[in-house]
Write a protein that binds this ligand. Structure first.
Ligand code: SF4
Ligand code: SF4
Length: 215
């Protein structure tokens, strides 16, 4: 039996799942050298809203430095994309071997050979919840959240996840407008862009407390 609930870290919501610490979902399977990393095969993309949060919350500056210091981080005009490790040789051998995993709806088998740069085997993410991306905090694999036996119970989670993700998208779009109006972006004017983001108040979103679901 597992449980999904909403947890908060400095007001930042996370959909917490008790199965994640002992993941046996196909989405969390690893065929690469980092074996125990759940579904942290994602290469996180920090949006402007998430960067602004890093600039406002205690110790967020250190987390931002970690992201910027990581050599695989690509600075785009309006986001930071931390590209992790992809084991191409192992992936090529897997395909050449012809014995592919039964993956259902998952078409992209590269995920089994990817690792986020910020996950540590056995201990998980190096960042507390408040500094992770919205994708990281709200993702629950379909094997759990699309379980047909719990459609009604999980529906509020799926709906609220959608609402919050849209809000983050709109907040980032608004911050992008502000940077653009000032003629700056992260690529050309990193320091002044971060300074401007830090000067704008962090808007709040009250993610509702949802009834925990045991499944
Ligand atoms: S969300 Fe699913 S795939 Fe990801 S760690 Fe949790 S149980 Fe594993
Ligand atoms: S940033 Fe953290 S939670 Fe997100 S994919 Fe990487 S290790 Fe996992």
């Amino acid at each position: 039996m597992g449980k999904i609930s909403v947890e908060y870290d400095c007001g930042v919501p996370q959909l917490a799942c008790t199965d994640c610490g002992n993941c046996d979902s196909i989405m969390g399977k690893s065929l690469c050298s980092t074996v125990s990393r759940g579904c942290c095969h994602y290469f996180p993309e920090f949006t402007l809203a998430e960067i602004q949060r890093l600039l406002h919350l205690p110790d967020g500056g250190k987390a931002l430095d970690t992201i910027l210091d990581y050599p695989g981080t690509v600075i785009n005009n309006f986001n930071l994309h931390a590209k992790g490790h992809f084991e191409k040789e192992a992936y090529d051998n897997y395909f050449a071997g012809g014995e592919l995993l039964e993956t259902g709806k998952i078409m992209d088998h590269t995920i089994f050979f990817r690792t986020c740069p910020f996950v540590r085997e056995g201990s998980g993410c190096i960042f507390p919840v408040r500094f992770r991306t919205t994708v990281c905090n709200l993702f629950i694999c379909s094997e759990i959240i699309e379980n047909p036996g719990y459609h009604n119970e999980f529906k509020p989670y799926i709906e609220e996840r959608m609402r919050y993700s849209r809000w983050i998208y709109r907040e980032s779009a608004e911050l992008q407008h502000i940077l653009t109006e000032n003629g700056i972006n992260l690529v050309l004017n990193l320091e002044s862009s971060l300074k401007l983001l830090s000067e704008f108040a962090l808007n709040e979103y009250k993610f509702p407390i949802l009834e925990p679901v045991e499944y």
